[in-house]
Ligand binder design. Structure first.
Ligand code: DON
Length: 560
């Protein structure tokens, strides 16, 4: 058949366009299992463990250790987080491995003699670090819920640390961007900045000190980190830079198994994390407010207005009431009750948009510096895990001789109740610093069930924006009927009550909607991208898993 050159070109364009469209909105499909994480090598490690007979928890623990090697911006053994596990049997548990304040921490430790916050004291250097929880949390998850040996699931991470891996463009750029902070500490400067000869994309990055630390954990379990040579190295680094964490703090650290929070939204069950994260409480509070409302088309003014008002109320309550419930009373049941949501909904429907609000009375921005991954295995076991060093590369301090970065999670406490933290979140009395207390988090690893069966696994980094990212991806899929990759890709917005700003992603909102939001009184700021959602949807009938790695970041969903 004869086609003119023009027709051929046209046909080629059509084929290309449909290929691109397919690429843009085709979640990765897997019949047996799926891993979605922020770093491709780590996702591959997870799937390899699944293929070799590991369950979702084995894969999740392997991904957690692998990310500590390949994604040191946020993947870690020197930080903490939350792992939400749901077994196919229906049993669900949260492993709370959030960092704890050292015993010598005190309420005013970041204030000067005039009662003012000392700049950077809670975000850079050893004083900003909480006692790390990751190793204890991952080891506990493996021991209680995994099928394989800890050494087996750490092995890929040891291999990647010792043999090295290829530096990606994003990794190379992030090291450059955070170079100032890293260069202040000897081991960080040597390992991550190669004493000023920045790693270029394509070079191999090897971490022999970290490999040795991971081997100690592989052989001795959590003890290999919380006692012996590694614990001594942490204490020595603390002494060198005048930090607070001691070997006793490390020996005392325990991960805590908690009951997940469960909410109900339009017939779905939403399972998420309790305090010391604010994520589950705020997510369920917002879903309760929105449940009976007509949300209209997504990204319409009407829909956005209702969601933004729900966000403002939930974040005002976060600031007022939330903290570590083991140290301070937190009214979780009342904040997540449908009666309380009904009252807030009435307020929203009868007041002007962006009208000043305070926290309710329940008795009557960002780059991706945390990391989330989701795993589902062939039997329907699922893991949603979010963990972090807080800021990118945490406190900037690498433990000397042990090769891993320490977090700056202490900044998630209220350094001075009523003031805001790194993420602009106003923090209250409930989140004041106290010895051994855990700082309030926004991390929101979440699962959604339909008729008792797994439907979604998701979560995101993004500091204070995390909860709103999870809310929007969830609504995009459940209410607006987008497939999981569309739901993850769709433009996002964020309001956290204070500062009184509505953040919109720069691309994706119509001029018309923006104008209506402005006319309604919202103060609008634009950001490049909000969050990095790594999600999996499960088709209950066929059992197929669909993975979506957020196009805002550099991750990958891998299925098999
Ligand atoms: O626990 C929290 O809420 C914060 N430390 C999370 C930090 C974070 O997501 C940074 N990423 N942008």
């Amino acid at each position: 058949m004869y086609f003119s050159l023009r027709t051929k070109l046209f046909l080629a364009l059509v084929v290309l366009a449909s290929a691109l469209t397919a690429l843009a909105f085709t979640p990765v499909a897997g019949r047996h299992g799926m891993v979605a994480s922020s770093e491709p090598l780590a996702s591959e490690v997870g799937v390899q463990i699944l293929r070799e007979g590991g369950n979702a928890v084995d894969a999740a623990v392997a991904v957690g250790f692998a990310l500590a090697v390949t994604h040191p911006l946020a993947g870690n053994i020197g930080g903490g987080g939350f792992m939400l596990i749901r077994l196919a049997s229906g049993e669900a548990v949260v492993v709370d491995y959030r960092e704890a304040a050292p015993a010598a921490a005190s309420r005013n430790m970041y204030l000067n003699s005039n009662g003012e916050i000392i700049p950077h004291a809670s975000t850079v250097g050893v004083l900003s670090a909480g006692v790390p929880g990751t190793v204890a949390g991952l080891a506990l998850a493996e021991e209680k819920y995994g099928k394989l040996e800890l050494a087996r699931v750490i092995a890929p991470a040891v291999h990647l640390a010792r043999g090295g891996f290829e530096v990606s463009y994003q990794f190379s750029e992030s090291l450059r961007q955070d170079g100032d902070r890293l260069s202040q500490f000897d081991a960080s400067r040597r390992i991550f900045l190669r004493d000023g000869r920045f790693y270029q994309p394509g070079e191999t990055f090897k971490q022999p000190d970290l490999a040795q630390t991971l081997e100690a954990i592989a052989h001795q379990g959590a003890k290999g980190f919380y006692s012996g040579a590694v614990a001594q190295a942490i204490a020595a680094t603390m002494q060198k830079y005048h930090g607070l964490i001691t070997e006793e703090d490390l020996a005392r650290y325990r991960p805590i198994l908690r009951q997940p929070l469960v909410g109900h939204f339009r017939g779905y069950e939403v399972v998420s994390v309790p305090p010391p994260s604010s994520g589950g409480v705020a997510l369920i509070e917002m879903l309760n407010i929105l449940d009976p409302l007509d949300l209209g088309p997504p990204e319409s003014f009407e829909s956005m207005h209702l969601m933004v008002e729900a966000m403002r109320h939930a974040y005002a309550d976060r600031a007022a009431y939330l903290g570590d419930a083991d140290f301070t009373p937190v009214p979780v049941a009342r904040l997540t009750s449908e009666a309380y949501a009904a009252k807030l909904r009435e307020e929203i429907l009868h007041s002007k948009p962006d009208a000043p609000i305070a926290a309710g009375n329940p008795q009557a921005f960002e780059s991706s510096q945390t990391t989330h991954y989701s795993v589902v295995d062939d039997n329907g076991n699922a893991v949603a895990n979010t963990y972090t060093l807080n800021n990118g590369y945490g406190s900037g301090v690498t433990v000397e001789g042990a090769g891993f970065l320490l977090n700056d999670e202490m900044d998630d406490f209220a350094a001075k109740p009523g003031t805001h933290n790194l993420y602009g979140l106003v923090q209250g009395e409930a989140n004041a610093i106290a010895p051994n207390k855990r700082p309030l988090s926004s991390m929101t690893p979440t699962l959604v069930l339909q008729d008792g069966k797994l439907r979604l696994v998701l979560g995101s980094p993004g500091g204070g924006t995390i909860i709103n990212t999870v809310l929007q991806v969830l609504l995009n899929n459940l209410v607006f009927k987008m497939d999981i990759l569309q739901a993850v890709s769709f433009p996002r917005f964020h309001h956290q009550w204070m500062p009184d700003r509505l953040i919109l992603e720069r691309v994706g909102f119509s001029a018309d909607t923006i104008q209506k939001l402005r006319e309604a009184g919202y103060q609008i700021d634009f950001y490049g991208g909000i969050g990095d959602c790594e999600a999996i949807a499960v088709d209950a009938l066929s059992g197929w898993k669909f993975g979506a790695s957020d196009p805002r970041a550099d991750g990958k969903a891998v299925g098999y």
